[in-house]
Design a protein around this ligand. Sequence first.
Ligand SMILES: [Cu+2]
Length: 153
Amino acid sequence: MTHKSKVFTGIIVGTLFIIVAVGSQAAAVSATTVADPARGEAVMELGGEAGRGLLVRFEILPRPVKALSDLVLVVNLSRAGRALVDAEVQVDLTMPAMFMGKNRPVLKHVGEGRYEGKAVLPRCMSGDKRWQAEILVKEGSGEARALFPFELP
Ligand SMILES: [Cu+2]
C-alpha cells in the first residue's frame, strides 16, 4: 500500500466511523447509500420535507439475485429510532439504460416497520445487469423516494 492510499483508506474509515457514530445518536446524515441492495442491506436517510429523517433500509433476497426468479423485496422504515408502521410502500424497478416494462410491486407491512413484497426481474436481452429500485413511501399526503442502484451478479 502506498502512503497516499493509506491516507485515503484512513479518510474513508474515519468518515464511516463518523457516519456510524452520528447514526447511532438518531441521525443527521442525509441521503447516504452504503451498499448495493442486491449484495446486502443498503441504507439511506431521506432529508427534506417529505423524508424528515426517514431511514430506509433495503435489500433484495435471496442472494445471488437473479433475473427470472422469485425475489423478495425487504424494506425497513424508521424515523428517529422508531419503526414507521403505517406507510404505503411501493418499489419501482427499472433499468437506467432502457425501458423494461412496468414493474412496480406493492409491499405489505409485516410488522415493526418491515415491509415485504415479491418481484421478478425480466432477463435483459442486451446483457446489461444494471438496475435500480426506487422505493416510494407514502405517509398521509407526502411521498418520499429513495433510489437504490444495483447490479445483478
Ligand atoms: Cu434491459
